[in-house]
Design a protein around this ligand. Sequence first.
Ligand SMILES: [Zn+2]
Length: 246
Amino acid sequence: MSNRIVLLGTGTCQLQPHRMGSSVLVELGDTRLVFDFGRGITHRLVEQGLEQDDVEHIVLSHFHPDHLSDLIPYLHAAAWSQIDPRNKDLHIYGPVGLEVQLMRLLSLFGPSTMSRDAFDVHLHEIHDDHFTLAGRRFGFVDLPPADNHGLSFTVDGKAVVLTGDSSFHEQEVACLQDVDLAVIDSGHLEDHELLELAVRSRAAVIVCSHLYRELDEDELNAQASARGYAGRFIVGQDLMPFDLGA
Ligand SMILES: [Zn+2]
């Protein structure tokens, strides 16, 4: 299997049919994970042809609804769907507080609504700045505010960062330093901050996601280039794929 990411959602809490809550599907060989799971991501997974048992790992950047609300329909379907019931265990990873937050969510409708004997849901609180998933090492980088954490990994010699919800600060510049591909929250950043992030981090490709407003890709690239940025901005769209090599 090859390596790639797919933007499942590039939106926010705003209700837009073309932009679901921000989420990224990560496929590294035979390891598949979904980073964040907000509004509409269940549908995006179905649109990708993925069944319940195709997704065994979900990583949450933080606990805001636009990053986890679709766990409710997803787990409900896992337990009760007659066309695609889940048989494999599901592993959910996230910051400290995950167990309390998820136990509240899972118990909201009673004990049997979102679980069945056919599978277990395992919760993994991440206490460090990295963790291991299916034998692979991932960075889990503190990127304020909202106790948010970005996900970083290296595959086929390429460094990739997904920021979740991050405002612009020194930690974000450091996190993106010289990476090959970054998918960033650009909804909380002003244009001048996007430009400064690009110029200072020298990230080769910066994909704008978590979009509260539409961005002018050509204008952004022209301004960045004028300031000496050699990389490229791409304004993300739902279901846009990025190849990460074999
Ligand atoms: Zn958000």
